[in-house]
Design a protein around this ligand. Sequence first.
Ligand code: MTE
Ligand code: MO
Length: 227
Amino acid sequence: MSTLPPGQRELADFPRFGLSQFARRFPASPKVATLQICGEVGNELELSNPLAGLPRVEQVSDFHCVTTWSRRGLRWSGVRFSEFYSAVVLPQARPGDGANYLYLRGQDGARTCVVLEDLLADDVLLADRLDGEPLTIAHGAPLRLVAPSQYGYKSVKHLCRIEFRFDQNGFRPSAFAFMDHLRARVAREERGRGAPGWLLRYLYRPLIGPTVRRFARALRERQMGQP
Ligand SMILES: Nc1nc2c(c(=O)[nH]1)N[C@H]1C(S)=C(S)[C@@H](COP(=O)(O)O)O[C@H]1N2
Ligand SMILES: [Mo]
């Protein structure tokens, strides 16, 4: 088996996880995916069922959270982002030349910013299934990004909007700016901005247990409140 990237430790399960302010926020539309393509584009799109008609792929990949936990061997299925980009975004939305900064947003309000080049990598998916089942609310229903070579915070769950921009000046991160590295490449341990990755390991590691419990409790409480 391959070794884990620097600073990562394997978890036996795949917890629902994120910044604590998102623990109690849930997608308003967990069943039906709609995806808005906007910003510096010739034509804004509001896609219902954005993966319809596109070639599907299955992919087994590891998932690495910036707080140092990793989960190996997740079996995702969906459509390659590069396929979606060339078959739908380019011809229908026509992003401006150089609009290579993508502001991503989830239905729960989570935000991150990525460069187009990173999303065009072969292992980046728009996923709607995990381990043979439709995505659950815990793991990003109805549609999420999966970018295995980047820390988990780039893999936006409940994805509802992709905004094309010429730079990152207008981007407001979900958390403190130092926590959102533009590239967040796991192999280079780009955990955050300004502080070295190895240092952030020690800052983040103690947060794993409480965060897992907080997210699990919030989901349980939501499910108890549902008919
Ligand atoms: N919409 C949304 N996407 C999100 C998050 C979130 O809170 N909300 N958390 C991020 C973080 S920090 C991680 S590690 C992964 C966790 O994915 P999981 O909950 O499916 O394990 O989702 C990422 N994408
Ligand atoms: Mo994370």
